[in-house]
Unconditional design. Sequence first.
Length: 288
Amino acid sequence: MRRSTVLLSLLSMALFVVGVSLVERVQRDAGSIAAMQKLQESTRARYAQAIQQISTIQDSLNAIAIDDATAMRITRLDAERRLSPTQGDEVLARVAELRAGIQRTRERIESLESSLKHSNGQIAGLGKLVKQLKQNLAAKEEMVAQLNGQVASLETHVTELNSTVDQANTRIAEQSDTLEQRRRELGTIYYAIGSKHDLMKNGVVEARGGVLGLGKTLGPTGNLDASVFQPVDTDQETVIPIAATKAHVLTPQPRQSYSIQSVNGRLELHILDAQAFRQVRRLVIVTA
């Protein structure tokens, strides 16, 4: 009887130990399951975040594209070899926008790669997608580099064209000055107005012919003294005022090329045919 009691006590203690061990094991297993579930949830969250990042990056890559207007403008400019300031600003702004988009996309890919590395390999199967994103980005970078090269080439050519235009404008201005100077030379005559006495005193006219001082005629001497004659551009001015009530032209200008008119009590010589009038370069008007 006593022996049976002892055996029953030992069996009870063994069962208790086994029970405690089973409870501890169940608790450990429950903790492991909870940790595994938490890890799975974290992994799913990271996976979803990575997929979202990949989608955002792909959208950014899709946005990095040369639109038809930019491409057509570059083609047209390259064909015409001309880049206006407005068009140049538009193209450069577009290139800057594309480059900024590439930089933002590169930063996002780097952030995604860093996130995947920190996951310790728990997010599998995304490496190939990231590689494809990097390849797409490289293609976009090459596209923008080519576009930037085209713009740089056009800007260089435009600089050369501007230099050529400046030189041409300088030559045109010089030629215009020369032509204007030549026009003034052709259009300008020189005139002297005065009484017979004053004109003879200044050596502009002289009395010729006659006998014993009688019957002499008045004629120009050919004196070209610039202090005596005044210039007039017959292309610009067609009226010469005469401060007298009577006057006549002594030099042989064609009679039909001019007329002497009285205006407000003063005489004026009106040039009617400038080309014919200036066939004689010196004009002498004798007043009385």
